[in-house]
Design a protein around this ligand. Structure first.
Ligand code: HEM
Length: 872
């Protein structure tokens, strides 16, 4: 059993980094597991705690080293300090990083200290080590400038302080990522990307043949590249299975960024940093800049790019994650916050705006024992890099873990991989005491202070120990000091059930959904159904500050009198979920956002709240995709498989195989989708699964991958989010454009375009003549609106054999009157406008609401927002 568990664990997390971390204690963890099980996710459970539990429960709490047979090799997992010391230090010559780590990271970072092995690694370490000499890392002025930008970013949340002086709740972690990126780019290239404050960016000179570096997006490219490395790394030597065009795109963007500075350095020589001084006047051009110094040793542009990118990658996320975790714990342990703040204020006094910090590097290093205890305890509980690995270069021996008592040496053949779960090491009660689960910085200071060896390895150990350790500790301490000087309190503002931590190459204190607070907001739901069981509780858990009023009102497509909701209730409603009931602008003066339960907006276009106010309206676009696409495909298949005939014969209790030789299947046929929105995209997904080619038609051209993307809401795992399914894409406003699409060999033509002046009778006699060029092979499915097709022309086409048949959920007129000629037309399936019905409708509408509440809380763009000018 254990072996299966570890096998399941190891593949997804095999390479160096890659554990998602959960710091929650047992009961909280259980809740998270239930939640993960509910979501059908097992990957979330495979965090560092999983290793501990797998070892403890399957092998015993006293077993610290195990050999796990994998498919075609054996893997050693060890949380024994003696073995780890041997691997990293005393027998380091027998071990190196695995070639898979190197191969996974190289496309993004190139050959550098982080990715290289053997002699090449030694060469890299010699090159970059001087950057980390004490004199180079104690540039507190540099940190201070970026800390000031951090304060400015925090100040943006101060606008609506409450009576107690609290700012609006916000997520510190992204701000730490910006800070870390800004600092490290300045240290490496001399020029900061200033992600915290783009207006600080110095103007860069033009280099012929090189695009200016994309300072705006470099962080995102780096993140996205690393995310690909994780995914590909999880496949280990089978990573080639994962197609990687996107990965290549991000790697190219990261390379381009570094290459530009390399070129500037090579062209300017010693004057590289002069431009900076002239343009900003702020920077110290005497300081050590890695690229500048490396270029004195090598002029190889690829080496310069790779070495700097390796350090950029090692230095940015790790420090940002550490800072995030420090404040994660401080906000949850006010006692520690106050003790630490006391220590800081005793040494440096409170924050003095506009004054230099006056903080000296040596003071930070030598006079703040509690600060270092807090950093160590944070790194013990959240070791940022929770997993390391090595591969044996020759047959060798590990000191412990073999024999009947597992205390004898173990033979390790050449090529064996060892996983070192640093997190599991720091969570061993026999090494750390029974309170190992507690965040207790005092464990580092009591009894004369704790010394540590290979049972505490947040920065690795031995020959490849982290070069940035002192820098990371100093920077984290400095930023923490400045924040504690400036702010008296900080509180945890996450919901009672902390959002899941993000799975990334470092364990990050990123909730993934940020701090969700809708303080001061009042949501009114006016729905024709009762709230589904548990929904309101979940809403409160996710948005504890949100006031919710749920009002059940009869089903109607025309507005009900507003009086059904009291004037008192309307007064401070800020968010409204409704089909059609709307207040007047005067009745709900605080209204900010209306979430409609319908995909269309026609019924509210003339309402004063829509027309005359700034209130944001969002549609329920996306709720119909699954059921309507199923209707399209099922009616098409029913027709092709003659089901209407067979059902009729069944009613007559008559066994007759009928015209079975004319039954056609869908494989290799072509579906044309007129209007490639959420319904069209899900239909394309189903059709593609049956082996059909997809032709899409949109009003506006979609020439780039970006333009093909679906911007609306789609249920997870459905639709065609990237617009990747169509093999041909048609567009245009003219009849000729439309005819080109209709003549493209369609077996099934789906009408999924909204009804507008332009689309009225879009398909008329002329279009049926074009379609007839297919010799009556095309089947038409209309789920849009009846008037998009000219009914008389349609009946003529059916009767005249210009088309193979039609499935109509909408007609013109509607309801279709008794005796109308369409009822009796040849080869037609008619349903009374029901394709949008589904028992899951409510669930999806509420999912859109919750999605948008989250975005509102984070200040992000809402999904399905109506363009009021266009009216959709
Ligand atoms: C909290 C912050 C940090 C943590 C937890 C951390 C952790 C680590 C660990 C565990 C390793 C060893 C990898 C191995 O054994 O294969 C490592 C290596 C390294 N780190 Fe850090 N690191 C941090 C910050 C930094 C910073 C700020 C820099 C530089 C700006 C940096 C530069 C490096 C480099 C260059 C290596 C490669 C050393 C080698 O392979 O010879 N690190 N780091």
């Amino acid at each position: 059993m254990f072996l299966t568990l570890v096998a399941a664990l190891v593949l997804p997390t095999l390479l160096f980094f890659g554990f998602r971390h959960s710091l929650l204690k047992r009961d909280e963890k259980r809740r998270n597991e239930q939640e993960a099980a509910r979501r059908g996710s097992s990957r979330n459970d495979r965090g560092p705690q999983y290793v501990i539990e797998a070892l403890d429960s399957e092998m015993g709490k006293d077993v610290h080293t195990v050999v796990v047979p994998m498919f075609d090799y054996e893997l050693v997992v060890s949380r024994d300090p003696a073995n780890i010391q041997a691997v990293l230090a005393t027998q380091a010559a027998d071990w190196d990083i695995s070639e898979h780590r190197a191969a996974s990271w190289e496309p993004l970072l190139g050959h550098g200290i982080f990715t290289s092995r053997g002699e090449q690694w030694k060469h890299s370490r010699t090159l970059v080590r001087p950057q980390f000499a004490v004199d180079q890392i104690n540039d507190l002025d540099l940190f201070e400038r970026h800390v000031q930008q951090l304060f400015a970013a925090i100040d943006k949340y101060r606008g609506d302080e409450d009576d107690m002086g609290w700012t609006r709740a916000f997520d510190l972690q992204p701000l730490f990522y910006n800070l870390a990126l800004d600092v490290v780019t300045e240290m490496l290239y001399g020029y900061s990307v200033h992600s915290q404050n783009p207006s600080e960016r110095v103007e860069l000179p033009v280099i012929l043949g090189y695009e200016s570096p994309d300072r705006e997006n470099i962080g995102q490219h780096m993140d996205a590249g690393k995310a690909w490395i994780e995914t590909r790394g999880a496949l280990w030597k089978y990573r080639w299975l994962l197609p990687s065009r996107q990965f290549a795109k991000h790697c190219a963007a990261v390379h381009k960024y570094a290459e530009w500075f390399v070129q500037l350095r090579l062209q300017c020589g010693d004057k590289y940093l002069d431009g900076l001084q002239h343009q900003s006047g702020e920077a110290n051009t005497d300081r050590y800049v890695l690229l500048h110094e490396l270029a004195k040793i090598t002029q190889d542009p690829v080496e310069l790019r790779s070495q700097t990118l390796n350090v950029l990658s090692a230095g940015r996320d790790t420090t940002a994650a550490l800072l995030g975790w420090i404040f994660y714990f401080l906000c949850r342990h006010p006692r520690v916050w106050y003790s630490l703040r006391r220590e800081v204020l005793e040494h440096f006094g409170p924050y003095a705006p506009g004054q230099p910090s006056g903080i000296d590097f040596r003071q930070v290093r030598d006079s703040l024992p509690y600060m270092h205890a807090v950093i160590n305890e944070t790194l013990r509980m959240a070791p940022v890099v929770p997993l390391n690995d090595r591969v044996s270069l020759r047959d060798t021996v590990l000191p412990r873990g073999g024999g009947p008592n597992r205390d004898e040496p173990i033979f390790v053949p050449k090529g064996t991989q060892i996983l070192i779960p640093t997190y599991a090491l720091a969570m061993r009660p026999d090494l750390w005491g029974p309170d190992v689960d507690e965040f207790r910085p005092e464990r580092w200071t009591e009894n004369g202070g704790r010394k540590f060896g290979f049972e505490f390895l947040p920065f690795g150990g031995g020959v490849r120990q982290c070069l940035g350790q002192q820098l990371a500790r100093l920077k984290s301490a400095y930023v923490t000091i400045r924040l504690l000087q400036r702010y008296k309190h900080a509180a945890n503002a996450e919901s009672p059930r902390d959002a899941p931590m993000r799975f990334h190459h470092t364990i990050e204190n990123r909730s993934g959904s940020g701090v969700q607070t809708l303080k001061g907001h009042k949501l009114l739901v006016i729905a024709p159904w009762k709230a589904p069981p548990g929904f309101l509780e979940q809403l409160t858990a996710a948005f504890p500050d949100l006031q919710v009023i749920y009002h059940v009102e009869g089903w109607t497509s025309t507005p009900l009198p507003v009086q059904t909701v009291s004037t008192e209730t309307w007064k401070d409603v800020t968010i409204l979920l409704t089909f059609s009931t709307l207040p007047t602008p005067e009745e709900a003066p605080k209204l900010e956002y209306v979430q409609l339960m319908s995909a269309g907006v026609n019924h509210v276009l003339d309402n004063p709240v829509f027309k005359d106010t700034e209130v944001t309206f969002c549609t329920a676009n996306g709720v119909h995709g699954p059921q309507i696409s199923e209707w399209i495909i099922s009616t098409y298949l029913a027709f092709e498989h003659h089901l209407p005939d067979y059902l009729q014969r069944q009613k007559e209790a008559h066994w007759d195989r009928g015209d079975m030789l004319t039954i056609e299947d869908a494989a290799s046929k072509t579906i044309g989708i007129l209007g490639y929105g959420s319904i069209g995209r899900q239909t394309a997904r189903l059709a593609a699964a049956m082996g059909m080619a997809v032709h899409a038609y949109t009003l506006h051209p979609r020439p780039t991958p970006e333009s093909r993307r679906d911007r609306g809401w789609t249920a997870p795992g459905l639709g065609d989010p990237d617009g990747a399914l169509p093999s041909k894409w048609f567009s245009g406003e003219s009849a000729a454009d439309l005819h080109a699409f209709l003549a493209s060999g369609l077996d099934l033509l789906v009408i999924a375009t909204p009804l507008t002046d332009r689309t009225q009778h879009l398909l008329s006699a002329a279009e049926f003549r074009v379609i007839a060029g297919r010799k009556g092979r095309t089947f038409i499915s209309n789920i849009a609106r009846g008037p998009v097709i000219d009914t008389d022309a349609l009946v003529d086409a059916l009767e005249g054999g210009l088309i193979r048949g039609a499935a109509l959920d909408v007609t013109d007129p509607e309801p279709l009157p008794d005796g109308h000629r369409l009822w009796g037309a040849k080869n037609v399936i008619i349903t009374p406008h029901v394709s949008g019905a589904s028992t899951r409708y409510v669930e999806r509408v509420l999912a859109i609401l919750v999605c948008n509440l989250g975005r509102l809380a984070e200040g992000g763009e809402l999904v399905n927002e109506v363009d009021k000018k266009r009216g959709y």
